[in-house]
Design a protein. Structure first.
Ligand code: ADP
Ligand code: ZN
Length: 718
C-alpha cells in the first residue's frame, strides 16, 4: 500500500485524486466493460495518474487509447488530447460518449457558439476529454492552463518526427505544452518503434525523463500469408467470396490500381468501392462512412485509407502490392482484428513490385534508408522460416517459438538440391555477358522465340533452351532465391542486369551445394485459417445474426458505427452467455454500466424472444427433421434418431421444401422418375390426390418418390 500513499503525496502536488487498484479496475469495468488490462496498460495508467510523463509504443490495435482514456475518467479536470485527424477524433469521441464519458472535440469547422460551449465545459471541468488538432491549439490558449487541464495526451506522436513515416509539420510546435504546463503529466503514444523516431518524440515534446513502455508487437490473432502474385485478381475474388459478410481492405500501390481492382471485383459480382486521394473529399468520406457503418464490406484503397479508422471488426487485409517498408505493412495489417478475433493478412509478392518501388525511391533525399527498408520488406516476403519471427525481429523483438499462424509454419517449404539449377542459371548469365535482366535470362533458358531474343541473337548461345522442363514462373522463383542467397547480384544502375558474385564462382567452379525451395503454386497452398467444420447448429448462427441485426438497429438509432455499440468479440460473448437479465448482461466482457443501462433491455429481450421461439420450434418434430437434415444426416439416420418412419421423414422434407426451405429434393428422384410423375399428372388431371397416384403406379414407383416428384413439379410451375 506504499503505492497509494505516494499517490496521496503526488495527488496534492498535482491536484489529483488518489486512485487505488480497486478504483482502477472498477472504472475499467464501469466505463469500458472490461475485466482485465492488456499487457502494460495498468502500469502506464498508474504511472500517468501518479503524475509522470509517459511514452507508449504499442502496435496498432494494441489498446493505446485506453492508456489515457481511463485515467481521464479519474482525473479531476480535463485531459487534452492532441490528434492529427478529424475523422479519428470524431470516432473516439463517439466511442467515449457511447460509454457514458463526457468528451468533445474542437475544430475550426464548429460555430463560435459551439466552440464557446465546449470551452465552458472544460472550464467547469465537465468535459473529461477534449480532442484537438495541433493547428487549432492556438485558439485554446486560455484553457491550456494547469487550472483546467489534468493531463495531456499526444496521439500518433510519431507525426512530430521527420524521421517517422507520417511527418506533420504542425506537430513540431507541441514542445510549448510542456514548457507552459510543466507539472501536468504528458503521455505520448505511437505505433512506430523506430529508435530515432522515439528519441525525437521525447526531445521535441521535452519529456526526456518519461517512463517508456514498449509492448510486444505481436498481434497473434492476425494470421500471416504471402502468395506469389500470379493471377492475383482470380485469387482475390476466390478469397473474398469465402469471406462473405466480413469487412476487409485491399491495399494497392496506385490510384489506378485501386480502380482496376474494384472494377474487376465488381465484374465478378462483388460489391466494393475504391478509395484514393484523387476522389473528392465528399466521395472519400462517403466510402469511409459506409465502411465504418457496415454498409460497405470491401474497400480497395491506397494506404491513405485506414488512417483514423478505428473500426474494430475488420476481418482481413489484402496487399495487392508489396508495401514500401515493414512499418507501413504492419500498420496496415494492424487494422484487421482490433477486437482480438481471428483475422487474416494476405500479401501478394512479385518481383515487378520490388523493381517499381526501387524506382520510386530513386533520387529521394533519404534514398539509402528507403532502399534498406524495402530490402527488409522483401526479406519478409521471401522468408522460408516463420514470418512472424522475421516481422517481430524487425521491431527488435525475439519470438522464442515459431508462431504456427503463418503460411510458412503451416506449409513449411520443401528444400531441394538446387546445384544443377544454379549452375544452369549462372552459366546463362555468363553467356549473356552479365548484361541482361531476369526476364531475358528466363526467356533464354526456356528457349523462348520472341523478337528480342532473335534480334540479339540469343537463340544461338549454348544454354538456349536448357531449362525447357521448368516453367517460366518457376525459373523466376529459383533466380530470385539465388539473388536472395547472394549467388547473383542485380545491377540496378545497368537496367537491372544480373551479375555473378564471389559466391557464384564457388558454385560454378568448386561445385559447392545450393539449397533451394520448391515453388508453391496457388493451387497447392493450404488455406492458412483452418476451415473448421462448423459444429454450431442452425439455431446458434441464427442468434448471432439476430444480435448483429439488433446491434445495427441500435447503431442507426444512436447514429454511431455498429462496432461502437458492441465489438464483434462482445457480441460473440453475448451469444455464448445468453444473459436474460441486467446482472448477467453486465458480467459480459465489453459491457460497461452505461451500455448495460442503455442497451441491456434490447439485448436481453431479443435473447428471451429467441429462446421462446426455439422452444416452440423444437416442440415441432418437423423442425427436428430439418435441423438433422441440414447437419447432413441421411433420411435413414434421421428416422433412426427421431424414431419416425422414413415415410414421415420424407413427408417432413417435402413440406419444408414447400415452405420455401432450401432442401434439395432432386437427390431423391431421377430425372426419368420425375418425367414419369409428370406424365401421370397430366393423364390423371388431379394434382392433390396422392392415392390416385399410388394406385396409378402400383409398386412401380415408391410413395415417397411420388410425393417428392409432385412437390418439385409444383415448384417448377409445370
Ligand atoms: P490502438 O489505438 O492502439 O490502435 P485501440 O485503443 O483502438 O488501439 O484499441 C483496440 C481495441 O482493443 C479497441 O476495440 C479497445 O476497446 C480494445 N481494448 C483496449 N483495451 C482493452 C482491454 N483491457 N480489454 C479488452 N479490450 C481492450
Ligand atoms: Zn509462423
Amino acid at each position: 500500500m506504499t503505492q497509494i500513499s505516494s499517490f496521496d503525496q503526488q495527488a496534492t502536488l498535482y491536484n489529483m485524486a488518489a486512485v487505488s487498484k480497486e478504483q482502477l479496475y472498477s472504472a475499467l469495468k464501469k466505463y469500458f466493460g472490461y475485466e482485465a488490462f492488456r499487457p502494460q496498460q495498468e502500469e502506464i495508467i498508474t504511472s500517468l495518474l501518479g503524475g509522470k510523463d509517459n511514452l507508449v509504443i504499442m502496435p496498432t490495435g494494441g489498446g493505446k487509447s485506453m492508456c489515457f482514456q481511463l485515467p481521464a475518467t479519474l482525473f479531476p479536470k480535463t485531459t487534452l488530447v492532441i490528434s492529427p485527424l478529424i475523422a479519428l477524433m470524431k470516432d473516439q469521441v463517439d466511442g467515449l460518449k457511447a460509454n457514458g464519458i463526457e468528451a468533445n472535440y474542437f475544430n475550426s469547422s464548429q460555430t463560435e457558439q459551439e466552440q464557446m460551449r465546449i470551452i465552458n465545459s472544460v472550464v467547469s471541468a465537465k468535459t473529461k476529454l477534449l480532442y484537438v488538432a495541433p493547428e487549432s491549439l492556438g485558439q485554446l490558449s486560455n484553457i491550456v492552463d494547469a487550472k483546467y487541464i489534468s493531463c495531456i495526451a499526444v496521439d500518433e506522436a510519431h507525426c512530430i518526427s521527420s524521421w517517422g513515416h507520417d511527418f506533420r509539420p504542425s506537430y513540431q510546435q507541441l514542445g510549448f505544452l510542456k514548457e507552459k504546463l510543466p507539472t501536468i503529466p504528458m503521455i505520448a503514444l505511437t505505433a512506430t518503434a523506430d529508435k530515432t523516431t522515439r528519441q525525437d518524440i521525447l526531445e521535441q515534446l521535452k519529456i526526456t525523463d518519461a517512463h517508456q513502455s514498449l509492448t510486444s508487437f505481436d498481434r497473434k490473432n492476425i494470421s500471416l500469408e504471402v502468395r506469389p502474385a500470379d493471377k492475383r485478381i482470380t485469387q482475390i475474388i476466390e478469397f473474398v467470396k469465402k469471406k462473405k459478410g466480413e469487412s476487409g481492405i485491399i491495399y494497392c500501390l496506385s490510384r489506378k490500381g485501386t480502380e482496376e481492382v474494384a472494377q474487376k471485383l465488381r465484374e465478378a459480382g462483388i460489391k466494393v468501392e475504391a478509395y484514393h486521394a484523387g476522389l473528392s473529399s465528399d466521395q472519400r468520406s462517403k466510402v469511409q462512412e459506409d465502411f465504418v457503418y457496415d454498409r460497405l464490406e470491401i474497400v480497395s484503397a491506397t494506404v491513405a485509407f485506414g488512417m483514423g479508422i478505428d473500426k474494430s471488426n475488420v476481418r482481413w487485409v489484402i496487399h495487392h502490392n508489396l508495401p514500401k517498408n515493414i512499418e507501413g505493412y504492419y500498420q496496415e495489417i494492424g487494422r484487421a482484428g482490433r477486437d482480438g478475433l481471428p483475422s487474416h493478412a494476405l500479401l501478394f509478392h512479385t518481383y515487378a513490385d520490388v523493381l517499381q518501388l526501387r524506382k520510386f525511391a530513386n533520387g529521394a533525399s533519404n534514398e539509402e534508408v528507403q532502399l534498406a527498408k524495402l530490402e527488409r520488406m522483401k526479406q519478409f516476403a521471401d522468408a522460408t522460416s516463420c514470418r512472424r519471427k522475421v516481422l517481430l525481429s524487425y521491431f527488435g523483438e525475439l519470438l522464442e517459438k515459431d508462431c504456427g499462424n503463418c503460411d510458412v509454419c503451416r506449409n513449411p517449404p520443401k528444400f531441394i538440391d538446387g546445384s544443377e539449377i544454379a549452375q544452369k542459371v549462372l552459366s546463362t548469365i555468363v553467356r549473356l555477358n552479365q548484361s541482361e535482366p531476369i526476364t531475358i535470362v528466363g526467356d533464354v533458358m526456356r528457349g523462348s522465340q520472341n523478337a528480342v531474343i532473335k534480334e540479339k541473337g540469343y537463340h544461338t548461345i549454348k544454354t538456349f533452351g536448357i531449362g525447357k522442363d521448368i516453367s517460366y514462373k518457376d525459373w523466376q522463383h529459383y533466380i530470385i532465391q539465388l539473388i536472395n542467397q547472394g549467388f547473383i547480384e542485380i545491377a540496378f544502375s545497368e537496367g537491372n542486369a544480373l551479375k555473378l558474385t564471389e559466391l557464384s564462382q564457388k558454385v560454378l567452379f568448386e561445385d559447392s551445394g545450393v539449397r533451394l525451395t520448391k515453388p508453391t503454386h496457388a493451387s497447392d497452398i493450404r488455406p492458412v485459417t483452418k476451415e473448421k467444420k462448423t459444429t454450431t447448429t442452425v439455431s446458434d448462427t441464427n442468434l448471432y445474426d439476430r444480435l448483429k441485426k439488433l446491434r445495427h438497429r441500435v447503431a442507426r438509432k444512436e447514429k454511431i458505427p455498429a462496432y461502437l455499440v458492441f465489438s464483434d468479440a462482445t457480441l460473440k460473448a453475448i451469444e455464448q452467455a445468453r444473459p436474460l437479465n441486467d446482472d448477467d448482461f453486465l458480467k459480459i466482457n465489453g459491457v460497461g454500466e452505461h451500455k448495460m443501462e442503455k442497451y441491456g433491455r434490447y439485448f436481453t429481450d431479443e435473447i428471451m424472444d429467441f429462446k421462446r421461439e426455439m422452444e416452440e420450434r423444437d416442440a415441432d418434430p418437423i423442425n427436428v427433421t430439418k435441423d438433422l437434415f441440414v447437419r447432413g444426416l441421411t433420411v435413414k439416420e434421421i428416422a433412426a434418431q427421431t424414431e419416425l418412419a422414413t415415410a414421415s421423414v420424407y413427408a417432413h422434407l417435402t413440406q419444408l421444401y414447400k415452405n420455401g426451405e432450401a432442401i434439395d429434393l432432386m437427390q431423391f428422384v431421377t430425372t426419368e422418375e420425375l418425367e414419369r410423375v409428370k406424365s401421370a399428372r397430366e393423364s390423371l388431371g388431379s394434382q392433390d390426390d396422392l392415392d390416385a397416384y399410388i394406385s396409378h403406379f402400383g409398386s412401380s414407383l415408391p410413395k415417397h418418390k411420388i410425393q417428392v416428384g409432385l412437390a418439385i413439379l409444383e415448384q417448377m410451375g409445370s
